[in-house]
Design a protein around this ligand. Structure first.
Ligand SMILES: Cc1cc2nc3c(=O)[nH]c(=O)nc-3n(C[C@H](O)[C@H](O)[C@H](O)COP(=O)(O)OP(=O)(O)OC[C@H]3O[C@@H](n4cnc5c(N)ncnc54)[C@H](O)[C@@H]3O)c2cc1C
Length: 488
């Protein structure tokens, strides 16, 4: 391996892989360094007893011809190579709230008409809502490919309006307020904090079209990794970066756990910025910056039950199910998704059941060894899983009799495998009350050290890809990248 690269990237999650692909494609010699044996971060899947489970990428949107994600998939040479299965257009998401089920349908008219069947007096408010979601999303330059004269533009207005307060201003119907907030698990929403901007982007993204990966999202990792290697890049796995090296002006490379130094002209970090700060010891990064980053709270983590069903017993659900047992959706939920392993699937073989969980519930076991955290932790997980499965049974009677086996993961698992702080699902918690303090730029005070990944720009497949283009644009020229994407 050559010891001098144009770019070294810390972490091979989606953000690292997309930066690696873009910069390799632009003629740079790139090295990605990943602490785990497998690249992919949240896009990793795992197999138990012959069935595959997704860990952190269950469905995607905007993949019809010309839609925002499809444009990027084309540019990343992923389009048509990633098998997808369309979710039910009449109800890709079902929100179960206080005993009733509400469908989100694709397209603005269908969304409005479908929800208006439950809330006939509120049809105008629903229409206003879904149009506003689109208009906010459309203002984001790399999402819509409009207003490209300033691709780094940030929607500071909608980052300072709370999603819960916006929805309250739209309608006095308490039930409708909760139903419209029904996808809050997709961004780990907190009432009074989460900005409208993120809700709008995600709502519009899935409202245009919604799909599951057929056979798992790890295909994205395989394709991007193969392209990076074909373009001359290196992906080093099973080796954590422990330090970023500097001279008195800039970063010079990174040091790995085995003490190897990888020199590079540019360093990109795809890991949680707080964790990066522990690897950075230079006067170029001020204490106040480190302090600001370490003060930001994290989005919640979750407890997951991975379920294997007996063959040909449980009909495949072509939608995602968000269940809210309390009078406010902001106070607790579970969500349930089937995995698609073949087109036109009739029965499901594997499913995931999530419930949000804070780090404090598992923190007491954090220093015990992975895979051997003791009987008390095992008992905690078993009790939690049983409770969640009983709740699932209430919503889908007869389901649990068809479970062949199940496995669980807790916030400790996310922390162990993806290295996110406190096992947080989506990284830092953006707060409309402290917009500038909870917004992290992809630039740092070090001229050749950049940040990528879900803590920059936005989380999720769309947010991370857009963020990676912006980060890579600092090195390869943003106007150049925009032209390449337009011409792809
Ligand atoms: C449960 C769950 C469900 C989700 N569902 C969806 C969904 O359905 N649709 C969607 O669009 N998004 C979803 N997301 C969000 C999405 O998966 C993430 O926003 C995105 O994948 C994050 O990518 P990333 O590159 O920022 O970080 P990560 O995927 O966290 O990658 C960071 C990488 O850095 C590595 N690393 C950490 N420390 C070091 C070190 N010291 N040295 C080297 N490597 C290191 C990690 O091992 C990891 O591979 C979900 C997330 C979760 C957790």
């Amino acid at each position: 391996m050559s010891s001098k690269f144009d770019v070294v990237i810390i972490g091979s999650g989606l953000g690292g892989l997309v930066c690696g692909y873009i910069l390799s494609k632009n003629g740079m010699k790139v090295a990605l360094v990943e602490k785990n044996e497998l690249p992919g971060g949240c896009l990793q899947t795992f197999v138990r007893k012959g069935v595959k489970f997704e860990t952190g990428m269950h469905y995607i949107g905007s993949m019809d011809e010309g839609q925002p994600l499809q444009r990027f998939f084309r540019y990343l040479s992923l389009d048509r190579k990633v098998p997808l299965s369309r979710l039910d257009q009449d109800g890709y998401d079902i929100v179960s709230y206080m005993g009733d089920r509400y469908a989100y349908a694709n397209g603005q008219e269908a969304f409005t008409d479908t929800l208006a069947r439950y809330f006939p007096k509120e049809k105008n408010a629903i229409r206003l809502y879904i149009h506003r979601m689109e208009s906010i999303a459309e203002r984001s330059p790399l999402y819509s490919f409009r207003n490209l004269e300033n691709p780094y533009w940030q929607d500071s207005t909608n980052m300072q309006i709370g999603v819960a307060e916006y929805i309250r201003s739209l309608t006095q119907d308490d039930k409708l307020q909760n139903v419209l907030a029904g996808i809050m698990p997709l961004y780990g929403g907190v009432a009074g904090k989460t900005p409208l901007y993120y809700h709008a982007l995600i709502t519009d993204f899935y409202n245009r079209s919604a799909f599951r990966f057929v056979g798992g999202s790890d295909v994205v990792v395989q394709l991007l990794s193969a392209s990076i290697r074909d373009l001359g890049g290196d992906i080093i796995t099973g080796m954590p970066v422990v330090k970023v090296n500097f001279n008195d002006r800039m970063a010079t490379g990174v040091t790995l756990l085995n003490n190897e130094f990888i020199g590079a002209s540019h360093v990109i970090s795809d890991i949680h910025p707080s964790i990066l700060m522990d690897m950075v010891d230079t006067p170029l990064i001020r204490k106040a910056y480190k302090q600001r980053i370490s003060n930001i709270k994290q989005t919640l983590s979750n407890f997951t039950v991975y379920i294997k069903f007996r063959e040909n017993k449980v009909p495949y659900l072509n939608y995602n199910f968000y269940h809210y047992p309390m009078s406010s959706v902001w106070d607790g939920h579970f969500f349930y998704m089937h995995m698609c392993d073949a087109p036109e699937q009739k029965f499901v073989r594997s499913a995931v059941l999530f419930e949000s969980m804070g780090w404090e519930e598992v923190a007491r076991w954090k220093d015990l060894p992975l895979g051997n955290r003791g009987a008390e932790y095992e008992d905690f997980k078993a009790r939690k899983a049983q409770k969640m499965l009983m709740n699932l049974e209430k919503q889908f009677p007869g389901t649990i009799t068809h479970i062949e086996d199940f496995w669980t993961s807790s916030p400790l698992t996310y922390s162990d495998y993806t290295g996110t702080l406190e096992g947080s699902m989506y990284g830092i918690l953006r707060d409309k009350n402290a917009y500038s303090q909870t917004f992290i730029s992809h630039r740092t005070k070090v001229p050749n050290l950049y940040l990528a990944g879900q803590n920059i720009n936005a989380h999720g497949i769309m947010g991370v890809i857009i963020g990676s283009v912006l980060t890579s644009g600092e090195i390869a020229g943003i106007d150049n990248l925009i032209k390449q994407i337009q011409n792809a």
